[in-house]
Design a protein. Structure first.
Lengths: 209, 342
């Protein structure tokens, strides 16, 4: 098996203690950092597809994301200043009135694994704070708003509409959460919707790529 | 026949006179081995809310529980304050939570029960205990993502924690039982999302099932009815719960195929809930007509054949008007249902 394929397998199976060594071995064998990163992103895409298909569950997705993170730690010093593989910055948060962070955290991990730099605003985020974050961060290409509760769906609408009314451009807005439907996402003016963390990463790449 | 008696008929697998409304028929109770510690000056004193147990709290009030977990009170229920997870390494859980746990032998359950029954008339309402179980506690102490990783990466340490938690819960149930004599004891463990289980059925079987099974056995031994609380799409676990002895499942959310579950299992599992908090009637701003219609539709769907208790799941989000509409419609429509339909 090639060194890069070894890295891919270790990411897919969540072997975070072995990935760092495998990434170094791939570098030593002559693979470029960007090539290795792209391979790990591919692995996470496979993981996301399996999750969306119900073949694996949240723990397997999480340990795969952890493994990729360990691999990225080895590559990071070699890729400083190289934005060629980055899909931009994603601002993510759970909307005002909602303290749940489960879905947001899972989506954040998967979108990061897809090649975005994440700016996580946390929970209970007022609509204006999403706008401020877009202004304050470089190269924002995606804003992701999460809401778990039906009672905070109006806040999701307010967040999307505030962002859209800000006049800022260059990014797309994606929404998700248990009570959110594709129809509601369209109704409130979001550019995209995802039902789960796996498909959120796919949608993010589709909207930005 | 009063509300409690009618409700007991349903949960004992008998034909009821009307469709019970859980809110009317039962009173929830959590025996405390150690009182929660409210953080002074926390929350908004100008905005009061009523929690699921009927206590008046400040919105966003914070408190810590016996383990040292900080919670924030919201209109949608109390939840761990985000970002304040007390276990960062499950192998060191004893050092990272308040341990040892409170001494159950020193708890005055007689006094607690006296206080409780000064408010609740047990002739009119069934007494329903609620006890959080292992995965809930692991999530609340570690955060969901870390909890799920811990179950896969450090199973021995997780089992060690789960065993101690379950021994504690078991002793609390046994020690408090004679003072409260609950008709039902709910073991609460949200192991699912709205789409599927958090973990594979294999991991549930290996890591969580033994503890749910132990508590069901204790509840049956004491003479009460075990009820499982699990939100989300968890229907894959229904046969396991039945096998363990759980007789009721709440809140039985409609992301599950509840009609098929009723057809397949009948009175082996009573459904308590069934109202769609994300559907028509559940959304903010829905009109009274829409909310009332959603209650009727739920009863029409799930009440035939008995084996069903209506409950809005306590999920009207602090919307007092909506709660009044769901309760009133459930009482009116539920009262007449079996007379018209049998």
């Amino acid at each position: 098996m090639s060194k890069i394929n070894e890295v891919k397998e270790l990411v897919e199976t969540g072997k975070s203690k072995k990935v760092g060594v495998a990434v170094q071995a791939a570098l030593d064998a002559g693979s470029q950092p960007g090539e290795i990163l792209a391979a790990m992103v591919d692995s996470m895409s496979v993981v996301g597809d399996k999750f969306s298909a119900g073949e694996i569950f949240v723990p397997e997705m999480l340990i795969a994301a952890k493994a990729m993170s360990k691999g990225v730690d080895v590559l990071r010093p070699l890729m400083a200043g190289d934005n060629s593989t980055s899909l931009g910055t994603c601002v993510i948060g759970t909307v005002a009135g909602d303290l749940h962070d489960i879905g947001k955290n899972l989506v954040s991990m998967m979108i990061e694994s897809a090649g975005f730099t994440m700016v996580d605003l946390g929970v209970d985020v007022p609509a204006e704070k999403f706008v401020e974050a877009v202004k304050e961060n470089d190269n924002v290409t995606l804003v992701a708003c999460s809401g778990l509760l039906t009672t905070t769906m109006p806040a999701l609408k307010e967040a999307v509409q505030t962002i859209k009314a800000s006049g800022l451009t260059g990014f797309k807005v994606i929404v998700g959460g248990a009570p959110v439907t594709p129809e509601y996402a369209a109704e409130i003016g979001a550019d995209g919707y995802a039902a789960d963390a796996g498909s959120a990463a796919v949608k993010a790449k589709e909207l930005v790529g | 026949m009063n509300e409690k008696e009618n409700y007991l008929k349903v949960i004992n697998g008998e034909k009821a006179e009307w469709v019970p409304n859980f809110f009317n028929a039962a009173a929830l109770c959590v025996p405390m081995a150690y009182p929660d510690t409210v953080i002074p000056n926390s929350g908004n004193p100008d905005k009061k809310i009523v929690d699921i147990f009927g206590n008046i709290r400040n919105d966003r009030e914070r408190y810590t529980n016996y383990l040292g977990v900080e919670y924030t009170v919201t209109i949608d229920g109390s939840m761990p304050t985000p970002g304040k997870h007390i276990i960062t390494d499950i192998t060191k859980w004893r050092e990272q939570v308040n341990y040892p746990f409170p001494d159950i032998d020193k708890v005055n359950f007689e006094e607690q029960a006296a206080g409780y029954f000064s408010i609740v008339n047990r002739d009119e309402k069934a007494v329903v205990f609620m006890e959080e179980s292992v995965f809930f506690i692991l999530m609340n102490t570690m955060g969901v993502a870390e909890a799920l990783c811990a179950m896969v990466e450090e199973p021995d340490a997780v089992h060690d924690f789960f065993k101690e938690l379950t021994d504690f819960a078991d002793k609390k149930i046994r020690s408090s039982f004679s003072y409260f004599k609950p008709e039902v004891i709910v073991i609460a463990d949200d192991v699912a999302t709205s789409l599927d289980l958090f973990m594979s059925p294999k991991i549930y079987t290996e890591m969580i099932e033994p503890y749910h099974r132990l508590l069901a056995k204790t509840i049956l031994e004491l003479g009460a009815i075990p009820e499982m609380h699990c939100c989300g799409k968890c229907e894959k676990l229904v046969p396991k719960w039945i096998d363990m002895g759980y007789k009721i499942w709440q809140p039985a959310q409609p992301v599950n195929d509840l009609v098929s579950i009723k057809e397949k299992y009948g009175d082996e599992i009573i459904l308590n809930g069934g109202w769609d908090t994300s559907g028509k009637g559940g959304l903010p701003g829905d009109s009274e007509d829409v909310v009332r219609a959603s209650v009727r539709e739920t009863i029409d769907l799930l009440a035939p054949g008995y084996g069903y208790v209506f409950w809005d799941g306590g999920m009207t989000g602090g919307d007092v008007k909506k709660f009044e509409w769901t309760a009133d419609e459930a009482n009116k429509y539920g009262k007449a249902f079996y007379q018209k339909n049998n």
